[in-house]
Ligand binder design. Structure first.
Ligand SMILES: [Zn+2]
Length: 241
C-alpha cells in the first residue's frame, strides 16, 4: 500500500470517527436537536463487499423500491470535508445510464467517470487512478450498457456505413477493435449486445495494461475490476463472467 493510499484511508477513518462522536452527542435539554449526520460506518473496505452493496442497490432499483439513501442534506453536509467513496465506476456517458441511480446510491458513494462507450483516454485513466489511489476505492466497475450508441456507431463504420465528424470519429474508432474481436452474428441485436460485452472486457484489460497504478492496486492491494452490463428495459446490471 502506497503512502498516499494509506493517508487517504487514514483521513477517511478519522472523518468517520469524528462524525460518529458527533452523532452520539446528547442533545441539549430544551433545544430541538438538528438532525445528526449519519455516521460514516458500514463503508465496504474490500471489493467483494463493495460489489455486494452495488448489487443490492441495483436489486432495489429493479424492484422499484429504491431507498434513495445518502441523498439527504445531512449526509451531503457531512461530506463537505472529504469524500470516502467505495467504488470507482467507469460507465458510458449515455443519459440513460446514471450509475448513482441504477445502483441506488447517493453523494460520496461512487467515484464516477463517464465517457461514451467507456473509451479510455488520458483523462479517463487518470480519473480512475485517482479513484483507486487517492479516494481508496477497493472496486473498479467497467459498466457497459445495452444498445450503446458508441458501439452501434463502431459496428456501422466497420460495415463501411455511416459518417462521423470531429472527435466523435476517433472515439468510435477506439471501439472498432471490440467489434472486430466479436464473433459475427446474423442477428443484429445479438451482435450489438455481444460487442457491448466485448468492449467492457476489453476496456478492463486495457486499463490494467495501461495503468501501473491500477495494476499495482490489483496485484498487491486487493483492488478488483468487475465488468458488467446494464439492461435498459429491466434496469438490471449483469456482472460479466
Ligand atoms: Zn453507450
Amino acid at each position: 500500500m502506497t503512502r498516499r493510499r494509506l493517508f487517504g484511508l487514514g483521513a477517511a477513518a478519522i472523518a468517520g470517527l469524528a462524525l460518529t462522536s458527533l452523532a452520539a452527542a446528547s442533545p441539549v435539554a430544551g433545544q430541538t436537536p438538528s438532525p445528526a449526520p449519519t455516521p460514516r460506518t458500514g463503508r465496504p473496505t474490500d471489493a467483494a463487499a463493495a460489489w455486494r452493496l452495488l448489487s443490492e442497490g441495483n436489486a432495489r432499483f429493479v424492484r422499484g423500491n429504491p431507498r434513495y439513501s445518502h441523498q439527504d442534506e445531512a449526509w451531503r453536509d457531512s461530506l463537505a470535508a472529504g469524500q470516502n467513496p467505495f467504488a470507482t465506476v467507469l460507465g458510458c456517458a449515455d443519459s440513460r445510464v446514471p450509475p448513482e441511480i441504477l445502483f441506488d446510491r447517493g453523494f460520496g458513494d461512487l467515484f464516477t467517470v463517464r465517457s461514451a462507450g467507456e473509451v479510455l483516454d488520458d483523462a479517463v485513466v487518470g480519473s480512475i487512478e485517482y479513484g483507486v489511489e487517492h479516494a481508496g476505492t477497493p472496486l473498479v466497475v467497467i459498466l457497459g450498457h445495452a444498445r450503446c450508441g458508441a458501439v452501434a456507431a463502431a459496428i456501422d463504420t466497420v460495415d463501411g456505413e455511416g459518417h462521423l465528424e470531429g472527435d466523435i470519429s476517433s472515439l468510435v474508432r477506439d471501439v472498432e477493435a471490440a467489434v472486430r474481436a466479436t464473433p459475427p452474428d446474423a442477428d443484429a441485436d445479438a451482435f450489438l449486445a455481444a460487442c457491448v460485452r466485448t468492449q467492457a472486457r476489453r476496456v478492463a484489460a486495457m486499463l490494467l495494461e495501461r495503468s501501473e497504478i491500477v495494476r499495482d492496486a490489483v496485484q498487491h492491494h486487493g483492488v478488483r475490476i468487475v465488468t458488467a452490463v446494464y439492461e435498459l428495459t429491466t434496469g438490471r446490471v449483469e456482472r460479466l463472467p
